[in-house]
Design a protein. Structure first.
Length: 472
């Protein structure tokens, strides 16, 4: 191990060397490592630590290695431990002993943190684009089915009728918050630790801010001890990814249920369904199920990285090598899940009739009837009891709430412990008001507040989302 073995009298045991090798994972950072090394060399040149000729030759060698990385021409050697040593060895093979000056004023501790932050910034930008694509798909389906009505649920029981578009826009809201969290994680990762060295800072007068600016960082870290061991940015990114996966999983769960013929609200296209090796009749929404399942892996990665960090003292510890596998996998899972959900949603068949028929199940318009009675002067608690009695009677008669007759309405009002309700018994229009409020469209129209499910409000939100997502 000529890069660090000067004080050792024997080579590492192959078992120990193999156990500690990370190049199989961290070679993902190869391009970021090369970019960081080039900026570091420029900093060494500006500080007068390397000559202009040395910088030019070293940078030319690293630029050539970029092409090798892209072409897959680097022979990654586990015996060289990691991506940093592999690239330095490849540089030495290309330009000779001058490559030994590359690591001047730098440690793998600040180097790997720099690489990982560069990778994360780029990855978070790509994930943001994926989230946008899914939001656009949701808005597209919502606009195509703008008048469709479905049952809204609480406690997994029918609660109120809502517009299908309103339900889809709830996921758009979640995804917008996910974008904000991913961006927020990116902002806190946007500081360069390069120049922090192994622990106490570089031993040469390198202008860290100039190097950071060359790499596109917003600034530099301000404590070299923290810079060596900080992985808060990994935790934050993983947490944002996990919550995004939770949101995808919730919608995936609904797709699984709604595509069941007992619901029949949706039908995933054949391109996003699978069959059974035994049952010829099956159409399984496998992509949605896999999104739901893979969310658990990303959630587990958050717990794993927190457990990794919780007992570490300050400074770099080799434990931190284990930060990359969960981060890389979580990002890959989220990226793939966003794409498959986009494709699934864009090709969904929506059965508006089945949704609309289900919207009245469970007497979902009851709250609208209660609100109508409140408008007639009855206190809400009394109105709640009156409507409860109406629902009980309608259920016994197997009637929808908008078909109860005047006699049933009068009886419920007369039985109420409220003088205003009893006076309304003689109102010849009260039955019509109750039935109008109990209709699906009447109930939906009542929710005419910002963020409500009234058609005009939903259209306003859809138009706003379309403008924000550059769909119009």
């Amino acid at each position: 191990m000529k890069t660090w073995g000067g004080r050792f009298s024997a080579d590492p045991d192959p078992l120990a060397a193999d156990f500690g090798a990370s190049v199989g994972v961290d070679r993902t950072l190869a391009m970021d490592d090369l970019l960081g090394s080039i900026a570091h060399l420029h900093g060494l040149g500006r500080a007068g630590i390397l000559t202009i000729d040395e910088v030019d030759r070293l940078v030319a060698g690293l630029e050539a290695l970029k092409a090798d990385v892209v072409a897959g021409a680097i022979a990654w050697d586990p015996a060289l431990e990691d991506v940093h040593m592999n690239l330095e060895a490849a540089l030495e093979a290309r330009i000779g002993p001058l490559a030994g000056k590359l690591h001047t004023g730098r440690s793998r501790n600040d180097q790997v943190s720099t690489d990982l932050r560069l990778w994360l910034k780029r990855t978070l930008g790509a994930l943001d684009a994926r989230v946008l694509g899914l939001e656009r798909a949701l808005v597209g389906v919502a606009r195509a089915h703008g008048d469709a009505v479905m049952p809204g649920h609480t406690h997994v029981q029918p609660a109120q009728p809502v517009l299908f578009a309103h339900h889809l826009l709830a996921y758009v809201e979640m995804l917008e918050r996910d974008r904000g969290r991913l961006a927020d994680a990116g902002r806190r990762a946007d500081l360069s630790p390069l120049g922090g060295g192994a622990l106490g800072g570089a031993g040469f007068p390198i202008d860290r801010e100039e190097v950071a600016a060359e790499l596109g960082f917003a600034g530099v870290t301000h404590n070299s001890i923290d810079a060596a061991g900080d992985r808060d940015f990994v935790v934050e990114a993983l947490s944002a990814m996990a919550l995004a996966m939770v949101h995808l999983s919730r919608f995936a769960e609904e797709i699984v249920w709604w595509s069941n013929p007992r619901f029949g609200f949706l039908r995933p296209s054949d391109a996003f369904s699978t069959g059974s090796s035994m049952l010829p009749n099956k159409r399984n929404p496998d992509p949605a199920e896999l999104v739901r399942g893979r969310a658990s892996r990303v959630i587990g990665h958050v717990a794993g990285i927190l457990a990794l960090l919780k007992g570490l003292p300050l400074g770099y510890q080799r434990d931190l090598q284990e930060d990359k596998p969960p981060l890389f996998e979580a990002a890959a899972i989220l990226d793939a899940s966003l794409e498959v959900m986009r494709g699934l949603i864009e090709t969904l068949e929506v059965d508006e009739a089945r949704m609309g028929a289900a919207a009245a199940d469970g007497y979902t318009t009851a709250i609208a009837v209660a609100d109508a009675l409140v408008e007639a002067g009855i206190p809400f608690r009394a109105a709640h009891r009156i409507v409860g009695a109406l629902v009980r009677g309608a259920e016994s008669a197997a009637l929808p709430l908008d078909r109860v007759d005047d006699a049933a309405v009068a009886a419920a009002l007369a039985a109420a412990d409220d003088p205003i309700a009893r006076r309304l018994v003689t109102d010849t229009h009260i039955g019509d008001r109750v039935r109008a409020a109990a209709s699906i469209h009447g109930a939906i129209a009542r929710c005419d507040v910002i963020g409500g499910t009234a058609p005009g409000r939903v259209k306003t939100e859809l138009d706003a989302a379309a403008r924000r997502l550059e769909l119009i």
